[in-house]
Design a protein. Structure first.
Length: 134
């Protein structure tokens, strides 16, 4: 089962910053995934959301918003019958519209603010990507 884990601090947390961390079928994509094959967590400018899709339909669940000035941990486990998303120890599970095919990990930052926006930072700690963590 593919596994993705990253420790991070995203600052500042505000409405113009979009983030995706997880597995994705289209690495060249510069936008946050919707219906393409993927499994990960999205920060949409207000909330973190567990997201996955099978190439046609996206499943999206809002998860607990962590404290702004805190080191966070995201984990994504991709099984044949489900995807498990962990954010700071809280699990969300999706069992429908699961991604298929080969997926590679991606960390994507996207700003809706354009060139005049203030600097945004994403500090990474330990990053683990494994085919099978057992």
């Amino acid at each position: 089962k593919p596994y993705f884990r990253v420790e991070f601090n995203q600052s500042p947390v505000d409405t113009v910053l979009r983030t995706f961390m997880g597995f994705r079928g289209t690495l060249a994509g510069s936008s946050i995934p919707t219906t393409e094959n993927h499994a990960g967590l999205i920060f949409d400018g207000a909330n973190w959301k567990a997201t996955n899709a099978d190439g046609t339909t996206q499943v999206l669940t809002t998860v607990t918003l962590p404290a702004a000035a805190f080191r966070h941990v995201i984990e994504v486990f991709r099984y044949t019958d489900r995807v498990e998303f962990w954010l700071d120890g809280t699990r969300t599970t999706h069992t429908t519209n699961l991604p298929t095919g080969n997926l590679e990990w991606q960390l994507l930052l996207s700003s809706a603010g354009g060139g005049g926006v203030a600097a945004r930072y994403l500090t990474l700690g330990e990053l683990i990507i494994q085919e099978d963590p057992n």
